[in-house]
Design a protein around this ligand. Structure first.
Ligand SMILES: NC(=O)C1=CN([C@@H]2O[C@H](COP(=O)(O)OP(=O)(O)OC[C@H]3O[C@@H](n4cnc5c(N)ncnc54)[C@H](O)[C@@H]3O)[C@@H](O)[C@H]2O)C=CC1
Ligand SMILES: O=C(O)C(=O)COP(=O)(O)O
Length: 410
């Protein structure tokens, strides 16, 4: 007979922040997770520390910072869902050391970002942002001066991953010549041409669009020196992360007229809620499109993200699967509710698997199946056992030196 989950799902507390799509709550409830607290906003550090203490799983978007300090307070936390592509808002290494896998949605909002970027390229090429601002002030700027088609113009894509390559396809369908630069070797889609350096891409592009993650290498990768290498009158679009462009340097280039326009969706410091004031050095420029980090904010994307990340959280909570985790060894064992299932997360030290197996051997319990994966820091093993046994075995597993977390699922 199928066994019950060892911890009744109604005791698994889930906190969803930042207005995650209702598809997430629906999926959780349909899978028996009824203990869900749903908030439309992000929490400040103090509020988050208070709340996270009792939470088993948390769902966040890009505004919630899960630093080491906050994670240390989350004694019961066993999984994190980033309902976004980016995972830079989480201290991934600390989470891993604490035995907490982090899941995200690597492509549910790709298309939404790509569409926004293409729209911005067209609007900027026509000088629409300035003309729109002027019209709102009662000025009639009917002129073809400095207004161009995107057809036959060079688009330079920095970061040819999911979003960059999607932008590439859409841009080619409009007749643009696509160039890209990536630190990894990539398959060029259509007629897109790989550049051998960022400088080469900057030199030839009429529009430059950034699609790299936030890392130490991408911090201010576009600053005064790089902007100076761009064509006079070129356009710059950033829907990646606010740290990637040096915005004061961009403001200087707009002031001097070296660049003729820009679009920014992301900023180094973004308001924590819609009630907080937004401040940027780019606000004074009519030829800059400013959007409040909404590249991935479409109904389609949010609904898909809600389902995708929730499914990963449920698969981990129900069966121990870490497939799709961004900071963890990838392990999945088919659910087998006829057996007893244990999870053991430990520091990756020699001999620990033997110690785990000895716990079962000493009780004459047969292991039906077992799957271990390690990385340089940790090991994660799922163990299915033949016999029905009591919770005491879990206590013994937890006592093994270098254990980070051990759970009995069912
Ligand atoms: N504005 C918004 O609402 C959204 C923003 N994003 C941002 O867009 C970023 C990119 O997303 P994806 O395309 O899905 O990621 P991805 O991981 O598929 O692609 C990123 C690409 O950048 C390349 N790359 C990394 N460092 C580089 C460097 N220094 N120079 C050149 N290339 C470099 C990688 O090799 C990879 O091909 C995300 O990390 C996220 O920060 C994502 C979704 C929505
Ligand atoms: O998916 C991403 O990386 C994003 O930047 C989207 O962030 P958001 O969920 O809109 O706060």
């Amino acid at each position: 007979m199928a066994k019950k989950f060892s911890l009744d799902k109604k005791y698994i507390k889930i906190l969803l922040l930042e207005g995650i799509h209702s598809s997430s709550v629906e999926s959780l409830k349909a899978s028996g997770y009824s203990n869900v607290e749903y908030l439309k906003t992000a929490l400040d550090e103090e509020e988050l520390i208070q709340k996270i203490k009792d939470v088993h799983m948390i769902g966040i978007r890009s505004r919630t910072q899960l630093s080491e300090k906050i994670l240390k307070k989350a004694k019961k936390l066993f999984a994190i869902g980033c309902f976004s592509i980016g995972t830079n808002q989480v201290d991934l290494h600390s989470a891993k050391q604490m035995g907490i896998p982090v899941f995200n949605a690597p492509f549910s909002n790709t298309r939404s970002v790509a569409e926004l970027v293409i729209a911005e390229a067209i609007l900027l090429m026509r000088g629409i942002p300035s003309k729109n601002a002027a019209a709102h002030r009662g000025e009639w700027q009917k002129t073809a001066k400095n207004a161009y088609e995107v057809r036959d113009k060079n688009l330079g894509i920095v970061g040819y991953g999911h979003i960059g390559s999607q932008v590439s396809i859409l841009a080619e369908s409009l007749g643009m010549n696509v160039y890209y630069y990536d630190i990894e070797k990539k398959l060029s889609l259509g007629k897109a041409v790989a550049c051998s350096s960022l400088n080469e891409l900057l030199r030839i592009s009429d529009v430059v669009t950034l699609h790299v993650p936030q890392t130490e290498n991408t911090r201010k990768m576009i600053s005064t020196v790089q902007i100076a290498k761009m064509k006079k009158g070129a356009l710059l679009i950033n829907a990646s992360r606010g740290t990637v462009i040096d915005y004061p340097a961009l403001a200087e280039a707009l002031k001097s007229g070296h660049l003729s326009g820009a679009a920014a969706d992301v900023f180094p410091k973004e308001p924590a809620s819609n009630n907080e004031k937004f401040v940027s050095e780019l606000q004074e420029f009519d030829n800059v499109i400013l959007t409040p980090h909404i590249g991935g904010s479409t109904s389609e994307a949010q609904e898909n993200i809600g389902m995708e990340v929730t499914e990963k959280l449920i698969r981990y909570s129900d069966n121990g699967s870490t497939i799709g985790a961004v900071n963890f060894p990838q392990v999945s064992l088919l659910p087998n509710r006829e057996k007893q299932r244990f999870l053991h997360i430990h520091k990756n030290v020699p001999g620990i698997l033997k110690e785990i197996n000895d716990v079962f051997t000493s009780k004459e319990i047969n292991i039906a199946s077992q799957y271990l994966q390690t990385d340089t820091d940790i090991g994660y093993v799922i163990i299915d056992t033949e016999s029905e046994i009591s919770n005491t075995i879990l206590k013994e597993l937890k006592k093994i030196p270098n254990t980070i977390k051990a759970r009995m699922l069912y």
